[in-house]
Design a binder for this molecule. Sequence first.
Ligand code: ADP
Length: 461
Amino acid sequence: MPIRWRLTLWFALILCVILILSGIVLHFLLQRYLNNQVDDNLRVHSARIHGTLNPQEIPDPLDYDVIHAKLPPINEFATPGLYIQFIDQNGNVVVKSDSLGEQELPVNPSLLEKGFAGEVVIEAVAAGDGAKVRIMVSPLRLKDQVLLLEVAQSLNPIDATMSQVRWALITSILVALTLAAVSGGMMVRSALSPVSQITRTARSIETSTDLARRVGYHGPKDEIGQLAATFDQMIEHLHQVFQSQKHFVADASHELRGPLTVIRGNLDLLKRNLSEPERGESIRVIETEIVSMAKIVSDLLTLAEVESGQSGRQELVSLKEILSDEIERVKSLAGNHGINIGRQENLEVKGDAQKLKQLLGNLVDNAARYTPQGSTITLSLYRDGEWACLEVTDNGPGIAPEHLPHIFDRFYRVDKARSRASGGTGLGLAIVKGIAEQHRGRVTVTSELGKGSTFTVWLGL
Ligand code: ADP
């Protein structure tokens, strides 16, 4: 069952229970109030009759006509349906009010018994044809005789009122329920409409794989609005990831196609009758291209690993040791580059030593590769607040400002031919960035054309 119907049904059900309970309470209180009014009325009249019938003024032997004459008048407008009658010990009606006409009050033996036993009792007694009267009995001693005074009031007006009230309650409950269910259903529907919108968008993305679609919800920023906005942000993110994956696959294929074409051309050459030096040259070229392809594949694997989102090894790594090892390595390779050692503090971070070595190696290799012979490379390690900073500075040609935002992108090179000629894959800085982020850090660069560049890796301490 759709959530809309379920919510509406629950809403209507709870409202129904509340309305029925309050209807029952209202009915009960009203009935009690009206019954109490009748009972009070009966008590007042009974007391008045007891007061009027002064035993001194009653002749002996009893004269029922005198009693009848002494009965207080009944105001039909103030107390309609009020009846009075006296019953003697034989159960005969000896006096009755004119309002009874030819009729007598219905007889209830147990009520009479209680009355003659001296009790004052009020009870409702059936009077035939579904009518009921409420009768109050009280014993009255006149001379040497005990008569039973019965003061009664018809309950018909109250029953009619209560029946009207019941109908009014049932009708208003039904109307309220219908209105609540319809308006509640409409409210739930409009509240959930963005959810259906999200479902439709998700379904259309699933069937068409078009990640450019959005829910585009413009309603209030409530929970549903936030869900729609989050969904759009998630799709936007996925879109960007897919786009970058697509470009990445295209770039990687393109990078691998170059060496493959060269290898294939040289293999074709080798099939011909080449002189020994030409054959040697072709084999050398094939070897160079294979080395270049192996480097690309190895860099791609490293990149995939560092960008997988997994944190990798978590050992305590001495950055000072990594820096010293790198200085040793680079001294043996750097040829005509000068190596400077800047600040070298004793700092340790948690992470993967191999990866951190690779990060520093990539930065130093770049500094050596893109600066002319005789330039100086400075390596520093220092603390800046909660960060350990590894810095590689060179005084080479620098990087133009328009290239700076892109140099950490995969396969981005400022000078493609130069990068390739020096064995670059265009993945070095992307790997540096990936390793830094894997260690909850980041990498920044400042560069000025003609003056040099500084790459700083910030690692959380
Ligand atoms: P590559 O394999 O081409 O070196 P990188 O991702 O390591 O790829 O570097 C991207 C580009 O950034 C390089 O092609 C180069 O143009 C530029 N670059 C990197 N480091 C330096 C540097 N120290 N000085 C000048 N240019 C640099």
